[in-house]
Design a protein around this ligand. Structure first.
Ligand code: F6R
Ligand code: MG
Length: 349
């Protein structure tokens, strides 16, 4: 809604504005519960309600909350105030209007642990690798081997964000086909994961959902335990510091660094890319939490490795693969520079 300073963090006045707006909505009965959070320069609204996915009133509430925060950002002259609100007026659903959206409709279990992941300086496919590992890699998720309720695997819904098409892939059966797609993170993006028909959870319900509509900084919700990957299996892939696009000017690759809420302020070369994890138990739609899950010292070595990778990649300067390949630069300012150079070329002998 406006960065502070530059694209590094969210000003507390924006968080307070969003909080009071959603508190009002909660009192009026429009929401069961909410949390306002932030990762880097992105404001995140976590909301629970009983109206199902794509509800017009809930989407309007989110839009109005972002508008109210934008007003404050403009008053404080925060950087790029309102740059992510891509339309002047709300048109029924916030999808495609700038913000990232990850919604799921669930029947709350007796114990319902949920993790909300928020990223900054990344692109939509940034969590393909961790979501794959959580629900399909037996070297990550012991439950896929040991727990009969996990043993039959999960179904992945993958979007082709260039062609606006989707495909369902069963794991483990179609694992190699799935990987053939989702390794191309700039085009094929995991949207949802569901259980198989013989699971404890109905196959109608998502067990993980990732935002895919915005051009950057995805958010994701992942349910855990009791026939799903355990909390620790959900967090484990983030100990790698895998490479993602979206760093500096949306034009560079960098290691996705798991970090605490207080350290989610990317400053070095506008990065490196960040991910935070907020853990909750659900209680009749109320969010019990959050716990700052990546604050754990057990992620210190992952952070250290990310810093070493950062030193190495930065030394490569404007060269690929620190800089993204040309075909992934279409939303950056590089095409303008290339256009100006076009007439300089003459036929080579
Ligand atoms: C990347 C990002 C920043 C900006 C960069 C240039 O997603 O947000 O790295 O791209 O700071 O910003 P402008 O063009 O606004 O000066
Ligand atoms: Mg951002």
């Amino acid at each position: 809604m406006g960065g502070y300073p530059g694209h590094s963090s969210v000003h507390s006045a924006l968080i307070e504005t969003a909080q009071s707006k959603l508190e009002e909505a909660k009192k009026a009965g429009a929401l069961i519960d909410f949390r306002v959070m932030a990762c880097g320069d992105d404001l995140a609204l976590l909301m629970s309600h009983k109206n199902g996915c794509d509800n017009g009133e809930v989407h309007a509430l989110a839009w109005e909350t972002f508008e109210a925060a934008t007003e404050v950002a403009k008053r404080l002259k925060l950087y790029g105030a309102g740059q992510d609100l891509m339309a002047d007026a709300f048109s029924g659903n916030i999808r495609g209007m700038g913000p990232s959206v990850a919604e799921m409709e669930i029947n709350e279990r007796t114990g319902e642990p949920v993790v909300a992941f928020m990223t900054d300086k990344t692109k939509p496919g940034a969590v393909n690798l961790p979501i794959f590992k959580i629900f399909a890699d037996p070297f990550n998720t012991a439950g896929l081997v040991i727990d009969p309720a996990c043993h039959h695997g999960f179904t992945f819904e993958v979007l082709d964000i260039k062609e606006h098409k989707k495909v369902l892939m069963d794991c483990p059966g179609e694992m190699y086909d799935l990987l053939a797609l989702i390794g191309t993170t700039s085009r094929y993006v995991i949207k949802r994961v569901r259980c198989k028909p013989n699971s404890k959870i109905s196959e109608q319900e998502a067990v993980a959902v990732v935002s895919t509509e915005s051009k950057d900084d995805p958010v994701a919700l992942v349910r855990c335990q009791s026939g799903l990957p355990a909390l620790g299996e959900v967090l484990e892939p983030f100990a790698l510091g895998h490479l993602v696009g979206g760093w500096m000017r949306g034009s560079h690759n960098g290691p996705l660094m798991p970090c605490s809420f207080e350290t989610a302020h990317p400053t070095r070369f506008d990065g490196p890319p960040r991910v935070i994890a907020a853990g909750f138990q659900m209680a009749n739609g109320n969010f019990v939490g959050p716990v700052d899950l990546f604050k754990d010292v057990a992620f210190d070595r992952a952070r250290q490795r990310c810093l070493e990778i950062t030193d190495y990649l930065r030394a490569n300067g404007p060269f690929e693969p620190q800089r993204l390949p040309m075909e992934d630069m279409e939303y950056t300012t590089l095409p303008q520079v290339m256009k100006a150079l076009k007439n300089r070329f003459v036929n080579a002998e």
